[in-house]
Write a protein of this length. Structure first.
Length: 421
């Protein structure tokens, strides 16, 4: 029986595995390393986060992004975006140096088992573990507007469904959304000769400013400090103090998780969009239907004016929504034990343990508990150190071969974040 099984091999899963291995835990790691970055982002995209805020985490801090870049003749400078391909390669390099061998099989089921959990791989092998850490990334939580659901994938896809955009050369494509994924996808489409438009609900598109210089007068730093989520004290709080964020009331945390760092394009993509891409802000899709040659979209403006347009394909760059009911690899019984927050995401305790003792969660699914940093690589170091500490604490409380208590029992050692009013 393993002490810990890590399900997922993206930035969070690899960071957790590195810290767990250093702590001497008997563990296994499952998943294709950096799969989302390798398989679900088109070539030519860049990392929106600053290079210095994009490190995976190992206990010694040896395997940073800047070290990888220096070894491979790349630059990792403030305000210079890193290509997604380079970041994915960095993750593979990190896995080779800082993590025990990763088993690239997918986990298909996690259920209660004797002494903890039973985990089943895609080829049917069953393994037992006293604790499990789910670091499944964003792909289980793809969100597509209701009006577009049900249309064939030949007509409607999510932005994360594409590792390249070559199939759309010379075609007419409508991108739904106003965030970085929508705007950078539109830029790439336009640059390859696709006729493309962006349709967004917001009255106007938002663009992030170029970050201030790294070295500044002290008074500018005091007024607006740098952080991994952007300049300013509010962003600094989200980036640096997720432990304090957790103590905000649940409604406040849910609101911030849903709205902070909202849809906006990076400063370096703005010139590639404006003047090259048709922009239709202030419009929401109310209905969609298949028509000969593509899709008909019925939209409504903010002023109540209807509009209809036809396009060959729709790409919904509409983000992700982390909900308990989308954790499909959990057995029905296990998923049913999870306490949920008001937004449908699972509640987690101070060390990322869910309401099911021994089941730990990481990444986007914890944003309503620990804040917006969990939506970015920035959150991986705090998560890895805190979660592994929680795993070790759980293992000490549960003797080898013993039974992990279920919620409601007298030995329950879990509590959600305080609900202050």
């Amino acid at each position: 029986m393993y002490d810990l099984l890590v399900v997922g091999a993206g930035p969070y899963g690899l960071s957790i595995a590195s810290h767990a291995a250093a702590a001497g835990l008997n563990l296994r790691v499952f998943g294709r390393p950096m799969a989302s970055w390798r398989d679900h982002m088109p070539r030519g995209m860049f990392l929106k986060s600053e290079p210095w805020a994009s490190n995976l985490s190992d206990p010694g801090g040896r395997w940073r992004l800047d070290v990888y870049c220096a070894e491979h003749g790349l630059t990792a400078r403030h305000a210079e975006p890193i290509p997604v391909e380079a970041f994915a390669s960095y993750g593979l390099w990190f896995a080779r140096h800082a993590v025990p061998e990763v088993d690239e099989r997918m986990v298909t089921r996690v259920a209660h088992g004797p002494g903890g959990f039973a985990v089943v791989t895609e080829d049917g092998e069953m393994l037992r573990a006293r604790t499990v850490a789910l670091a499944v990334g964003v792909m289980p939580f793809v969100e597509v507007p209701q009006a577009l659901r049900g249309l064939h994938p030949a007509l409607v896809t999510h932005s994360s469904h594409h590792s390249d955009l070559d199939r759309f050369r010379g075609k007419d494509v409508t991108v739904i959304g106003g965030g970085q994924a929508a705007l950078e996808t539109a830029a790439l489409l336009s640059e390859q000769g696709t006729r493309v438009r962006v349709l967004a609900r917001a009255d106007q598109l938002r663009w992030n400013d170029m970050p201030p210089a790294w070295e500044r007068p002290w008074w500018q730093t005091v007024r607006s400090p740098h952080s991994g989520l952007g300049p300013g004290w509010r962003n600094w709080f989200y980036a640096e103090r997720p432990d304090l964020f957790r103590h905000l009331s649940e409604p406040t945390r849910a609101r911030i998780a849903a709205t902070a760092l909202g849809p906006a394009g990076a400063w370096w993509v703005r010139d590639r969009v404006e003047g090259s891409v048709e922009l239709l802000p202030g419009h929401e899709v109310t209905a969609a239907s298949a028509v000969p040659g593509g899709v008909r979209l019925d939209t409504m403006s903010r002023t109540g004016t209807p509009r209809t347009l036809e396009t060959e394909h729709v790409i919904a760059a509409t983000g992700f929504r982390a909900r308990c009911d989308r954790l499909g690899l959990l057995s029905d019984e296990l998923r049913g034990t999870l306490a949920a927050l008001s937004d449908g995401s699972p509640a987690v305790g101070r060390e990322f343990e869910s309401s099911q003792p021994g089941l730990f969660l990481a990444g986007l699914v914890t944003a309503s508990g620990f804040g917006p940093a969990m939506r970015f690589v920035q959150g991986a170091p705090f998560t890895a150190t805190t979660l592994v500490r929680g795993v070790r604490r759980r293992l000490k409380k549960t003797p080898t071969g013993g039974t992990i208590p279920v919620p409601g029992g007298s030995s329950r050692d879990w509590s959600p974040a305080p609900a202050r009013r």
